[in-house]
Design a protein around this ligand. Sequence first.
Ligand code: AMP
Length: 288
Amino acid sequence: MLVMERVRDIQRACRDIKALGDTIGFVPTMGAFHEGHLSLIRAAREECDKVVVSIFVNPTQFGPAEDFQSYPRDLENDKKAAENEGVDLIFAPTSREMYPLGFCTEVEVKGDITSRLCGASREGHFKGVTTVVNKLMNIVGPDIAYFGMKDAQQALVIKRMVKDLNMPVNVRTMPVVREEDGLAMSSRNINLSDREREQALNIYKALKTAERMAREGAGSAGPIRSAAMDILSQGKDVTVEYVEIADPDTLDPISEISGEALMLVAARVGETRLIDNIVLEREENRAR
Ligand code: AMP
């Protein structure tokens, strides 16, 4: 496994792979690996000849008051985990390498898909994500890129960008990987105190309650959302940012569930911002 910091080196290595006719599976990450990241790497390993992983805590997707400085970083451990999973190339650039002096181009997906939910509270976040993912795709030139449904809105925004800009890459989305008790894995989880970790579980409990209510026939979003809010507000250190039920393809809010819906939650637990989501499906739809 090779680890590269320079754009020109990884670009050359990827060009060489493709010249041999091999396919590249690409997993963009911010590092501090957990099983969620590894699930994407395994999917890439299974489907593609070569696996390229980027590790870059992208400053442009963090707001000025956000946790860029305290975001977990553990490159040495990540390298070991990647090597274990059979990753071929790691691209771990510095900020200066990605944003050299004079950098002034941005890629922005406009409209509701980026302005609602996480876009409403994290101004400029998705612009930072699409700009960096666009750069990474240009550098690596993957056949297939892998994203987790943990960041459902991000996955949809990336798909939109790839479609709108005719980017020659297939995007795969993979299911949310959870801790044994249900908490969605996140690099940020290690910043939770024991007390916060306990309360963070309320996010999962709220989602599971919503899932059960929908399965048992509840169709109106209102009562499902209030039940979820009740559970979330039991955590003293939990501040809810949003609890929404939305169309899984457009993220348009849904008031009556027919077919599949996505319930999405963002909440701060202490200082740590967590997101999660679950698919809601009514019993009568499942039967069909
Ligand atoms: P991050 O390093 O947090 O930016 O995540 C890198 C990729 O891993 C993104 O596509 C995330 O959606 C995905 N990911 C993060 N956590 C999980 C999880 N718990 N389950 C599945 N995918 C995840």
